[in-house]
Design a protein around this ligand. Structure first.
Ligand SMILES: NC(=O)C1=CN([C@@H]2O[C@H](COP(=O)(O)OP(=O)(O)OC[C@H]3O[C@@H](n4cnc5c(N)ncnc54)[C@H](OP(=O)(O)O)[C@@H]3O)[C@@H](O)[C@H]2O)C=CC1
Ligand SMILES: O=C(O)C1=N[C@H](C(=O)O)C[C@H](O)C1
Length: 270
């Protein structure tokens, strides 16, 4: 009997020369369900691990030439918006891992009702999945956050995230996603980013702290405390492979779906 295997998902990587782009290319090489057909970069024309890298400035031409099923984007917001708009025109699905968009651009209601124009518009024509964190552990953390906040009303809430010294945006996209979950699960005042000088903690505020040092891949801790006890929920990424593989899982899952906005929790649930 001849065994018919599922076709590989053809992936184009934007931000291909970056820490994540390179890792996506490396991880894809070890899988048989995806194939990176090309990467794009502003500066490099050549190859990364045998994969052709084409000019980002000719993105539309690259889409036509390589005919990918899915774009996997780990770049910067200003570039990501353009890539996604071009993909919508070319009927290419989009998995976006880039963070650092304007506050609330990607908040769930904002996306649906008018926040991030490029993603919203693209999702009317092609499937679009944006996640600030493609690790499965963070998906579990997000669910745990909701339960903890609901179960511990009135507890003080603080988030600390730690990343490598090259990270451009703060707080991290993941910290923002955790903040959104906290605020949807309970009644809180405002977000307070760091503290200095006269800064007595007010009831209901959520403290947010960003550390940048060395090569830390990504750590997020949620602390809930009252006078008598502390609960700490911590996630630590040991390698960028966890993000790259999650994004590739999302690409395989997204290929062939109808236009719309999708969430990484749907990928993890299957
Ligand atoms: N969702 C998730 O799970 C994760 C998300 N991230 C996010 O992914 C993003 C990238 O992270 P990382 O790989 O560490 O960053 P890097 O700085 O290493 O890479 C970013 C890449 O984007 C490209 N780029 C930068 N500016 C432009 C531009 N104007 N036009 C086109 N391309 C551009 C650069 O390539 P070149 O200069 O060659 O064009 C660069 O290689 C960040 O937003 C980060 O927060 C990171 C890890 C996990
Ligand atoms: O820039 C990074 O490295 C990471 N960015 C993402 C974020 O901003 O949340 C995810 C992960 O923590 C690594």
């Amino acid at each position: 009997m001849t065994r018919v295997s599922a076709p590989e998902t053809r992936v184009l990587v934007s931000g291909a020369t970056g820490r994540m782009g390179r890792r996506v290319i490396e991880e894809a090489a070890a899988r048989d369900d995806v194939r990176v057909v090309a990467g794009v970069s502003r500066d490099l024309s050549g190859e990364i691990s045998g994969i052709p890298v084409e000019p980002a400035g000719e993105f539309g031409v690259v889409l036509a030439e390589y005919d990918p099923d899915v774009l996997v984007d780990f770049s910067v917001p200003e570039a990501s918006r353009e890539f996604v708009a071009d993909c919508a025109e070319a009927n290419v699905a989009c998995v976006v891992g880039t963070t650092g968009f304007e506050a609330d651009e990607f908040a769930e209601d904002e996306f649906a009702e008018g926040g991030e124009a490029a993603l919203r518009e693209a999702s009317e024509q092609v499937p679009v999945l944006h996640a600030s964190n493609f690790s499965r552990g963070i998906q579990a953390l997000l669910r745990a956050v909701e339960g903890a906040v609901r179960d511990l009303p009135g507890y003080d809430v603080e988030i600390t995230e730690s990343h490598h010294r090259h990270k451009r945006d703060a707080p991290s996209g993941t910290a923002n996603a955790i903040l959104d979950r906290i605020e949807s699960a309970g009644e809180f005042g405002g977000r307070v980013h760091g503290r200095e000088g006269e800064s007595l903690r007010e009831s209901g505020e959520i403290g947010v702290h960003a550390r940048r040092a060395g090569g830390i891949r990504g750590e997020h801790e949620l602390l809930l405390a009252n006078e008598h006890e502390e609960l700490r929920l911590t996630h630590r990424a040991g390698s960028r492979a966890v993000f790259a593989d999650g994004a590739l899982d999302a690409a395989v899952w997204l290929a062939g779906r109808g236009a719309g906005r999708y969430d990484f929790s749907e990928v993890v649930a299957e």
